[in-house]
Design a protein around this ligand. Sequence first.
Ligand SMILES: C[S@@+](CC[C@H](N)C(=O)[O-])C[C@H]1O[C@@H](n2cnc3c(N)ncnc32)[C@H](O)[C@@H]1O
Length: 273
Amino acid sequence: MTPRTTADTAPVRVVTSTGHGTLSQGDAVAFLRTLPDAAARLVVTSPWFTGPYRASSADPTSPGFVTWLDPFLTEIARVLRPDGSLVMELGCTWAKDAPVRTVQNFAAVNSLLGQGDWHLLQEFYWYNPDSLQTREEWRTHHRVRLDDCVSMWFWLSRTPDVPVDARQVRGFQNHLTRPFGNFLTMGDSPADGSCPDEIPGEPSPVLADRFPVALPEYFIRLLTREGELVVDPFAGTGSTALAAEATGRTWACNDVSDEATGIAERRIDALRR
Ligand SMILES: C[S@@+](CC[C@H](N)C(=O)[O-])C[C@H]1O[C@@H](n2cnc3c(N)ncnc32)[C@H](O)[C@@H]1O
């Protein structure tokens, strides 16, 4: 992902609203501070995988990334209900200087669990062979490792006893996946179908980061009920907003990028038409 400015001093701007939710543009900490305590049932998000740090082979746990992520996680903990869930993709990444893995994703989860307030309820493996940027290691660099095709999603909560309704995701995955399994292969969501897939012109890097609407929809169905609040502070092109809107949840989504929120706005408008 290309570095983006964190505009933490800029005010959060409302981009668009529906009857169910609001899309904002601003730094994720500033956005989260606009939300009340213990309001959200689910935060489902995919933060900038490395933050402003691309780890080297000498420093594969990327402590800078863990420090960068920490204020966002503090605010997420505040806005979540005590029995709410945080479902977070932190990528899988390669060191910038050698064909070795970095483990900033595990380091961040380790740090969170080490604070004593959080539990890792389960991890999910999303089969995503097409758009993982970590494929670049194979495609353009050393060609001495195998192609990345899964990305990990961590399901965390402050209590082991979160409300879960696994019946809501029965049959939601395609035939490759056993019902209730944690290996996710996603087809299209109906909300994908009603949205313009791409905007005209050059392919954009923010579109490459996008996850399918079906992915947040899976966790929304599993972990929330209609009317409950779903939050995505790093919402990119708005897939979480679309999933929440289509399933009748309330939502609050945000991204710092002009381009991403512009695309998200168009996708939300198209869904409403
Ligand atoms: C992995 S992408 C998310 C993609 C998104 N899930 C989608 O489907 O389009 C990470 C996002 O984090 C955003 N971001 C990076 N730093 C941020 C910050 N400080 N506050 C809010 N968003 C930020 C980037 O602009 C990017 O869109």
